[in-house]
Design a binder for this molecule. Structure first.
Ligand SMILES: Nc1ncnc2c1ncn2[C@@H]1O[C@H](COP(=O)(O)OP(=O)(O)O)[C@@H](O)[C@H]1O
Ligand SMILES: [Mg+2]
Length: 347
């Protein structure tokens, strides 16, 4: 199955129609009328006191939980992610959650361990282009991750607002910065594994933030595959489908390439499992010739190579090539490099 974000993979367990009286109703993301779909437990209501935080409203609900806008004791706005796996728990009076069955209890605990690992990994990572985790705690028989609240929109939302390809200078600058953040992630022996425009946030100052390390937990924790690894068709590299022992930095680089294709065409390339059977994908350099500089389009094609060995092998190598391209494009299109430098804060 897939969730709001088009993600596939996670979703064990039985549906629930039970709801508590004082709390908002549970919901079925993306399938409001289908009674057979698993239910996402009800959100915490506005005004709810969660340790030192007060919930303002829900921002989003997906396969692994809900994200709220909230305020801390000083009144500063924060984002709080609640571990609330779809179809596995229900909300009780007062806010605590409870697994729907004994089988769900095992799934819930395993996922919680993963959620903790995600929080721990992110809590140690401070980078302007990676979402900043400031607190992590247990309450309501589940777990919460507190983050800096970012003002902006997801790249996915920005793409949806454009009629055609996104501006080349913006795309280059945003991705060069985003790769700074991803490099830091890889340096810590973590892979993101779910990079896509919906998980790339663009602040109002146009700088990007990589968020949602929900899939990264799969790389961290060895354990029973109670919750199938998350991946998003179109953005997930071929090694997700065949040869999972080959996941590496090049796997995230494939998803970066697929996200760039989405900036060009508003949709990702064909799913990699299809490409593995019969690769009918027209090279980006051919399909989108004339939109972005030709060497940039060719670089996107190398990121999307089905064979992982043919992709740039490290974020550093990719970044170096992108900066070279930005310099070359500058000769053809004066102003591009200075736009990029400005976005990078170099000017
Ligand atoms: N730190 C944050 N600041 C502002 N909005 C956020 C923050 N974290 C998440 N969000 C919002 O919640 C949405 C879902 O968050 P995400 O981490 O992608 O979780 P998931 O996709 O697993 O539900 C994001 O697309 C964004 O709109
Ligand atoms: Mg997400």
């Amino acid at each position: 199955m897939t969730d709001d974000d088009g993600r596939a993979g996670a979703s064990p367990a039985a549906p629930s129609t039970r709801a508590t009286s004082d709390f908002p109703q549970a919901s079925r993301p993306g399938a409001a009328s289908d009674a057979d779909q698993p239910v996402l437990a009800a959100p915490l209501p506005a005004g709810y006191r969660l340790e030192a935080y007060t919930i303002d409203c829900e921002i989003s609900g997906g396969g692994f939980g809900r994200v709220y806008k909230a305020r801390d004791a000083e009144g500063t706005t924060v984002a709080i992610k609640e571990y609330l796996p779809l179809g596995v728990v229900e909300r009780m009076e007062g806010g605590a959650v409870r697994p729907l069955s004994d089988r769900d209890r095992g799934v819930f605990r395993y996922g919680m361990r993963c959620f903790f690992e995600e929080g721990r990994a992110l809590a140690n990572l401070r980078h302007p282009n990676v979402v900043r985790v400031t607190n992590f705690f247990r309450a309501n028989d589940t777990a919460y991750m507190v983050m800096h609240y970012e003002h902006g929109k997801t790249l996915q939302q920005l793409i949806q607002h454009e009629a055609g390809p996104m501006h080349e200078g913006f795309v280059m600058a945003a991705f060069i910065q985003l790769l700074n953040g991803l490099r830091e992630v890889h340096t810590r022996k973590l892979l993101h594994l779910d990079i896509k425009p919906a998980n790339i946030y663009i602040r109002k100052d146009r700088s990007p933030v990589l968020m949602d390390f929900g899939a990264a937990r799969q790389a961290l924790v060895q354990g029973p595959p109670a919750i199938a690894p998350m991946y998003t068709p179109g953005y997930a590299a071929p090694e997700f489908y065949k040869g999972r022992d080959r996941l590496g930095p090049w796997t995230d680089i494939y998803s970066i390439g697929a996200s760039l294709v989405c900036c060009l065409s508003r949709r990702p390339p064909p799913p990699a499992d299809q490409r593995l059977k019969e690769d009918t994908m027209v090279p980006v350099a051919q399909a989108y010739a004339g939109t972005y500089a030709q060497p940039f389009l060719e670089l996107i094609d190398t990121m999307l190579a089905v064979n992982y060995l043919e992709r740039p092998q490290s974020v550093f190598a990719l970044q170096k090539r992108l900066v070279e391209l930005a310099r070359e494009s500058e000769k053809a299109r004066p102003g591009l490099l200075s736009a990029i430098k400005q976005t990078l804060g170099l000017e």
